[in-house]
Ligand binder design. Structure first.
Ligand code: CA
Length: 364
């Protein structure tokens, strides 16, 4: 047998699972190792975002294991490589290949980014997944980031969040006037229109600001993460539920040029790891929030209550106005808005006769 024919034979045997010869000859060609960096808007050790099932570090671990070490992603918490809200620019510049955060932090760059995190009075986890994975949302997300040379995908979800922590009771819209509140994104604009003095602070700065009275109210995530920051020690009233973030999506932002250098199998591994983290992180939130909420009410004397109907109505009316203004200003926002709300209309009708019926009439 000639050397070439012998090699072909051995390669064939290796591919067919044969035990003769050296399969390393076949595998060596395909093994290019990619070393990437991923920044985050959340500090190192933050549960859900940086630590635990479905977090940024868990995402990197899954990708490394599935790729057998061919795609290694070094994860940096907020402030380690770049400040909390500079991940967008870092990925855009190619300083890092990935950033893990929420797209609503980038509404100053492109307003339509809001829709891929959460729209006030928007869809829940099931609805968001329906729109993103199978209702055109994912394609629109990439279209929105096209001018920036980036793509994105969902890689986590908090489920429904909470309205937040208030030092004083909220009995009417008038109580919002002059209130200094930490609240990011579109909800911040809505509150601002109702007289709230809006502050955007990274997670780590919320507790000291609330405790010292620099702010009077704060929204963060939900019972588990909020309790970890100690917000229950700085404010007593915990208003429900997350009208502003009904299912907050974590965003995996990727530099498009770097993405295009990855072979198809590694791209697929990233997509599948991100989808796994999307579901796994939401499950983690359900378990931990159930436990934390019970502890806050029973043991830590937190007063949890819904916002008064009049306040919810004012927030809804103002949300409609803010969205209408954004849609009128930007054709891309209009396109995303129409896709989101067309999907939501169908989803709401289906939800009313399925999930909602179950919760109201059947579950008991
Ligand atoms: Ca939030």
């Amino acid at each position: 047998m000639s050397e070439i024919r012998r090699r072909r034979f051995l390669a064939g045997a290796a591919l067919a699972g044969g035990s003769i010869g050296a399969p390393a000859v076949v595998r060596a060609q395909a093994r290019t190792v990619f070393n990437w960096k991923m920044t985050s808007a959340y500090v190192k050790g933050s549960p859900f975002y940086m630590d635990g099932p479905g977090s940024a570090t868990d995402l990197a671990r899954r990708i490394r294991e599935m790729s057998d070490g061919r795609l290694n992603i070094q994860v940096f918490g907020a402030g380690e490589l770049v400040p909390a809200f500079e991940g967008f620019d870092a990925v855009r510049a190619g300083t890092v290949e990935m950033n893990h955060a929420n797209s609503y932090f980038w509404t100053g760059k492109t307003f339509a980014a809001q829709y891929f995190t959460a729209v006030p009075f928007g869809m829940n986890f099931q609805g968001m997944n329906g729109w993103l994975y199978d209702g055109g949302g994912q394609q629109l997300w990439n279209e929105v980031y096209e001018p920036f040379g980036m793509i994105a995908m969902p890689c986590g979800n908090t489920g429904v969040q909470m309205t937040g922590w208030f030092k004083k009771e909220i009995n009417s819209v008038a109580d919002l006037k002059g209130l200094k509140m930490r609240i990011p994104g579109l909800a911040g604009r809505v509150y601002a229109n109702l007289g709230v003095d809006v502050k955007v602070l990274p997670g780590g700065e919320i507790f000291p600001a609330l405790e010292r009275g620099v702010i009077d109210a704060a929204e963060f995530v939900g019972p588990f993460q909020d309790r970890r920051l100690g917000l229950q020690k700085a404010a007593r009233y915990y208003y429900t539920t997350g009208w502003h973030e009904s299912a907050t999506v974590s965003e995996l932002l990727i530099n498009k040029a770097a993405w295009q250098k990855l072979p198809k199998d590694l791209q697929s591994i990233v997509e599948n790891a991100a989808a796994a983290c999307n579901v796994i992180s939401e499950g983690w939130c359900q378990r931990n929030n159930s436990e934390a909420m019970e502890d806050l009410i029973r043991n830590q004397k937190v007063i949890a209550r819904p916002l008064p109907d009049s306040v919810v109505k004012a927030l809804r009316d103002e949300t409609d106005k803010v969205l209408a203004e954004a849609v009128a200003k930007d054709p891309l926002t209009k396109k995303v808005h129409e896709s989101y709300f067309a999907f939501k209309a169908k989803f709401d009708r289906w939800s009313e006769i399925s999930e909602e019926q179950y919760h109201v009439k059947v579950r008991g």
